[in-house]
Design a protein around this ligand. Structure first.
Ligand SMILES: NC(=O)c1ccc[n+]([C@@H]2O[C@H](COP(=O)([O-])OP(=O)(O)OC[C@H]3O[C@@H](n4cnc5c(N)ncnc54)[C@H](OP(=O)(O)O)[C@@H]3O)[C@@H](O)[C@H]2O)c1
Length: 354
């Protein structure tokens, strides 16, 4: 049998017979790297692929047993070949290991942008102006790059240093050419406004998924102010992919077991919450089936259809999953599809926006 060669570039396993009628949904599995949608990261940032690679799991801590380095490197490169143009990481992911691995994966791939973060002490290097500079230099060393594309404050923390001083130090990194753009993560609107008085906030990284909508109403406002929004936890840390069931147990060193005290555990994985979230996942399955997409693609596409979103970060240690997630770029949801999803989420009773 003959196959449509145009669909084979970058997606070698996509064997669609020539002459077949491909519905848009069927084509989602056959994304070519050049089909990846790009969106601007705010008013002054670069164009980025709508799906980014998340490097927390690759750091090897807090996610249970880690696969060998070679598998992680191959996973990341699979994402790049599928059209992903950026990776999100942080100095604290695996205590630098995520950045080191990413540095190896992007060797010879100058076109891949790196977005990393500095965290406040004691978990990170700290938010004192001198610490900000040394943290950036540390990240650059691990990444093997001369410049960080996007440097982000991991969360808001003013216990040691006023935000204005920390943000001023971030702006200085741009001035001296160590960093191209600067952003924040897990910030309030008020804190972003304070930063704006000193230097433009190029991006915000909030937690956002069908199961976590706290920041959703604010996103259009940030976008209209020229701040790009890249969302994390878009797959609800695996819950929205269908890979987690009522029988799933997590290792002690996996935060989803509840051992690390992370806030997301309570609403997503704690006994009681997990069951009601899995009911939502069950109710989403017929919608995904009707659209001929996997649950993971549906979850990512939902994020990409929210106002103000520049991109969705998806973390994974599996090349197959990364390829599948990249193809969410082509999933177009109609108003009816979005209403159907909203009905499911509203029924859960925890929806935070009308
Ligand atoms: N700024 C912050 O405070 C913050 C907080 C959390 C995360 N982040 C960033 O956002 C990134 C993404 O968030 P996240 O990784 O925590 O959560 P996520 O992307 O919502 O979910 C990741 C989980 O989903 C699984 N998964 C991914 N694709 C799948 C697929 N197609 N089918 C089945 N399972 C799939 C992964 O397992 P497999 O390995 O098996 O694919 C992994 O366990 C992180 O890596 C990090 O860069 C930032």
């Amino acid at each position: 049998m003959e196959f449509a060669s145009s669909y084979l570039t970058g997606w070698q396993e996509c064997n669609m017979p020539i002459g077949s009628f491909f519905t848009p949904a069927e084509r989602h599995g056959c994304l070519r790297a050049e089909d990846m949608e790009l969106r601007p990261l705010g008013s002054r940032g670069p164009d980025i692929s709508v799906i980014g690679y998340g490097g927390w799991e690759a750091g090897g801590a807090e996610w249970g047993a880690s696969p060998p380095d070679e598998q992680l490197l191959a996973t990341m490169r699979t994402g790049f070949d599928a059209g992903i143009t950026w990776v999100d990481t942080a100095e604290i992911y695996g205590n630098g290991r995520s950045e080191e691995l990413i540095g190896r994966a992007i060797q010879g791939r100058q076109e891949i942008m790196v977005f990393t973060k500095v965290a406040s002490a004691p978990r990170g290097t700290g938010y004192h102006p001198d610490s900000i500079r040394s943290a950036a230099e540390g990240s650059l060393g691990r990444l093997g790059r001369d410049v960080i594309d996007l440097y982000q404050l991991h969360w808001l923390d003013e216990k040691d240093v006023p935000l204005e001083e920390t943000w001023g130090a971030m702006a200085s990194l741009v001035d001296v050419g160590l960093v191209r753009w600067i952003g924040v993560s897990n910030f309030t609107a008020e804190a972003i406004e304070r930063c704006e008085r000193i230097r433009h906030v190029d991006s915000l990284q909030p937690h956002l998924s069908m199961l976590w909508q706290e920041r959703l109403p604010l996103l259009p406002l940030f976008a209209s102010n020229g701040t790009g929004v890249i969302a994390y936890g878009t797959l609800a840390f695996g819950l929205l992919t269908g890979a987690i069931t009522r029988e799933t147990t997590f290792e002690q060193d996996d935060w989803r077991s509840g051992t690390h005290g992370l806030r997301a555990y309570g609403q997503l994985f704690a006994p009681g919450s997990l069951e009601s979230n899995l009911e939502v996942v069950d109710a989403l399955k017929p919608i995904a089936e009707r659209l001929h997409v996997s649950l993971a693609r549906l979850a990512l596409a939902w994020v990409l259809h929210q106002d103000g979103i520049s991109g969705a970060i998806a973390g994974s240690r599996s090349g197959e999953h990364v390829r599948e997630n990249a193809a969410a770029s082509l999933v177009k949801l109609s108003t009816t599809d979005l209403e159907e999803i909203q009905t499911v989420l509203r029924r859960r009773g925890e929806i935070l926006t009308p």
